[in-house]
Design a protein around this ligand. Sequence first.
Ligand code: OSB
Ligand code: MG
Length: 417
Amino acid sequence: MVGRSAPRPGARQPPATKSTRAEACRNITSASDWWQLLKIDALTLREIHVRLKSSFETSFGKIWERRILLVEARSEGLSGWGEVTAGEGPFYNPETTDTSWSIFCNFVAPLAIGKNIEGPGDVPTLFAPIRGHEMTKAALENALWDIESQRRGVPLASLLGGTAREIACGVSLGIQTNPEALLSIVERELDAGYQRIKIKIKPGKDLEFIAAVRKRFPAVRLMVDANSAYHLEQAAHLKEFDAYDLMMIEQPLAWDDIFDHAKLQSQMRTPICLDESIHNASHARAAIELGACRIINIKLGRVGGHSEARRVQEICRQRSMPVWSGGMLETGIGRAHNIAMSSLPGFTLPGDISASQRYWDEDIIDPEVEVTPKGTIVVPTIPGLGYSVRRKRIEQLTVRQQVFHAKNSGVSVEGAA
Ligand code: OSB
Ligand code: MG
């Protein structure tokens, strides 16, 4: 499906009558209905404000209040949801909540609204003229995958090619003031069942913390994430990490580098995992062929949506490179998409996908994401995202929204602050 062009003029059109949700599902399930196009009738972009239960500190900053954009797409009575995973500032990657709002309203929505496409696999081609802005494009593409799985009456995970019934979960722990504070959090998360611990590090807050966790928990599956806080000149220091039996060090060098990571990997025993530098399947191929990493973190937003995420995992699987799903402090909508993606065959390592209650007092989906005592999430088996979206709660949290309607001639836009 990936890479197909937009529908040709004269292609058969979907029925003119407005289907109910049940009819829409029925209409598409028979094999003879393969031609039924996915019609993008309306889009709503919302900004919600939500407060994390506790602050989260990385090498690039500390966050407590989140400003998150949600995309709702509508097609013939069905509604699908996606989440923009950009941060509030351009410190993880160049996208932010505000750049995303602007790019979505000015470029992404106008390209998509009113279009009839064969399926969400056509979206990368549709958005190809827009360079970068992967997280913004991903939110809409993923919303359409949600709709497509409802149209076909299959769970999103199966539609994507996922086979796992449960996915393995780890936690990502922010930088703490001292090793003792970190140890008590690690203990709590291991008691909750999580299968691996990731700790955020930066120069001055690394070896002492790693050594303390390793000493107290000799057998724990442990990894670190530097979020680009080091330079190749610090290779001798980074090599000291080899003494602690880490599963991997995530993105030690620059956010846009692959080449220096290859130089560093050739000097280190600890596997390097790339996060920030991998935006698409071709970056993944370059990183693998250069020997820049031994593991890849796939973030659905960072690579532009489910289509590209599948291509990245496929390239990695062919080359026996393990992958896992990263997280971006998402609400339940982004989390549900990450769960579906993680059911794909290449995802052999525990991801940064943990329970809603670790982040939020109250999530925006029902049921909330829960983790079993053995540190897994059960992949939903109902059509769509597998969780219902709590529209009332979202409305309460919304600070601005913009609605785009397909009209016979062009687009109509309706905004509300
Ligand atoms: O590098 O994985 C990262 C959060 C924000 C930005 C970057 C990262 C992270 C996390 C959190 O590690 C993962 C999560 O629990 O969602
Ligand atoms: Mg990371």
